[in-house]
Design a protein around this ligand. Sequence first.
Ligand code: PEP
Ligand code: MG
Length: 852
Amino acid sequence: MIQSIEKSWVTPREHTPDAGLYGGKGASLMTMAAMGIPVPMGFILPIGYEKPLFACHGDDLKAHSTFPSSSEHPSPFPLDIETALSTLEQKLGSYLGDPDRPLFLSVRSGGAISMPGMMDTFLNIGLVPKTCPALAERLGLSLAQTESLYIQQHKDWENSWSTLPDLSNPRLLIQDPKIHLWQAIQAVWHSWNSPRALAYRQHHNLQNDGGSAVIIQAMVFGNASGRSGTGVLFTRRPDTGENTLFGEFLPHAQGEDLVSGAVTPQPLSDLSDYAPKIFEELCHYARTLEHAQGDMQDIEFTFENDTLWILQTRSGKRTANATFRIAYDRVMADESTREQSLTSIDPMTIDGLLHPQLTQPNGLLSIARGLATSPGAAIGRLTFDPEAVTPDSILLLRETSAEDVPAMLMAKGVVTLRGGMTSHAAVIMRSIGKPCISGLENAAITPNGLEINGHVFPIGTTVTMDGTAGILFDGPGTIETPSFSFQTTEVLSWADEVRSLTVYANADTPEDILRAMTWGADGIGLCRTEHMMFQTQRLRLMQQFILAPTADWRNHALLELETLHQHDLLALLRAANSKRLIVRLLDPPLHEFLPTSQEEKSLLARHWDQSLQDIERCIEKRSETNPMMGQRGCRLGLAFPELYAMQIRALFGAMDQAVADGLSPDCGVMIPLVAHVKELETLRTLFYSLNPGLRRVNFGVMIETPRAALIADALAQWVDFISFGTNDLTQMTWGLSRDDSNPITQTYHALGIADPFYAVDTMGVGQLMEWACTRAKTVNPNIAISVCGEHAANPRNIGFFHRIGIGSVSCSPWALPRVRLAAAKAVLSHDGSSPQGADCVVATGVKEESRL
Ligand code: PEP
Ligand code: MG
């Protein structure tokens, strides 16, 4: 139903208007009108209003160029728009196209989520030759000036309406402002699908369905003849969060003049001299609105002949530091509770304080875009060869593999041509907090360098990568490293008091564990032990174990590995300082340990005093057509029980040593990629045979295959905990390779399907998880349940995990602050908000004390 914007007509004050229906802007106008704040009168066509019109006319409004408003007077609009317009005219005492008392209208878009500047806006509807004299008088212009404004305006309208199906219509030439209004309304609807709006939604991962409300309001003129002007203010400083009004205004101007930047505005403080009464009212409304909305506001205003109008209010964009300062200050000033402040914070904001950020992309030439898979910014020289990486390099490869890890650790950032959110490069770079861009579009690595759309960027080119936005720039940008303020630390501690989810980190080096502890990890929920095997000496021994021709050689390799592994695990236990450490036994397909380059293979041949052919034959014997579904995970442990036994013994040895050092190690061991209960039973027997009840170590299983989820009850009876490996679970459930998903997820985006490796797929993977949680608890009520896939790092998934009864999540150290905030929000919102909304599975799980 069409909604009016006028005090006596709006929804009662205690009832918040629905932004999903009236758009953010429309809802805020309704709220302000209800509060008695002066907003120009008007009406709103809600989101979806046009759907039945399009449906009736085969997606073509052209077929429906007039609507009967009464039998005598056909109208360009449907009847209810006609009625809303004439009601507005009567209330205001001015009429569209009336030469004596003309009404001028603005027509604006209003999406449920703001897309600044992406959709069309039309001003001065009602300006036709016969209304020019009245407008000239109102604006203090000559008739000739107003007529030329009309001519210009009319040209602009025709240009932007020319893409509408109806616009070859000669009626446009008729100077009927009602037809103009109808064209403007349609143009706003069409602009929802304009290329820039589509690109904006794709970039911000927003859904394409929905559409825009259309907000039609009486014009107020900041460029009117008397004391008039326009401006924007923030109720607190958006850069620092300081509690002082901050803004700008322009006398004798309209909002567009301010936005275009054509004229330099004056600081808001000058308004107190120019229009003291307006300034005083503005201060009052600013405070009132911040109080009512419970957040810092960004307010647009206009004053015409000493009358103030508020055109829009919304939560103001602010820097990450300002976000936490405002949240903290509002609580200290009793303007909000801790819970309200926590609820108002977007958990992603805190990432802006963890990584170097690009401060000034203006002036930098963007080379290409890709997926923003690890945030932060870096400047460095393009390097295409892992062997040639220096600490100054941006490493650019088709994709990365385990062999590249040393180079990745050294480089400032990594860019890959392939891969998605859970690709090797993305996982590694997120875990070490350096930027990564994956799936670089339209790019190829050629012998001459990086080739993009015919341009070649040779080795050594200085580039800036913005991993937060997924953009690669030519040349050096300006980068700033922010830091945590006292207020940020305080707000995080409030989140810890509220949250019920335990938050662990995924880490496999002492440095990562120490960082994780600094950022509030409750322990380590996933230590991927294979990452500990890629240091040269360990990798050689792994290769020896896998490829050696004799049992003797293999056993020898294992013995040496055990000593080194024990040493490494002890270092982890010391860093964890008696907090929980969950060690996952080796998981990757064997090929990840094997050399790929000729150089590496030759090196190995020389090292073992074998021929290159012999080495190649051994490697060939181990090769698999589809390694991600081959000899990996627990199958590795079943094929080579001595490998897992080596790891278990090394852990026990490290624990004993840690106890001797005065620590109280709290460890768990988990088995990856299980599909059958016999696999788990076999490896459990191995585990307990090496630890006949002496040490307290939890034994767990990862749920990473759909079958494991379905038989979670059978698995649960054998373990202390389960941990969902949602990367593999998503890969296996969707039959979609996590390393090759990028082009497919792009196609999916166009179809409105969210990237399942980023937003947990609540309809599919989520159902499996919920099923597994419920079933596991029926046989083992004390079982601890965790999620350690990359999904745990996405705040949008946390509510869902919380709701289905997950007790802990484990994410990269760099994601900890945001996940701690999201876990608090999950408790406060009680909504289990899911990234796919209506698809969300309704939770039945009971909250549990996490044992993990
Ligand atoms: C997973 O699959 O979600 C997981 C944590 O294991 P990995 O990413 O190491 O395969
Ligand atoms: Mg996995």
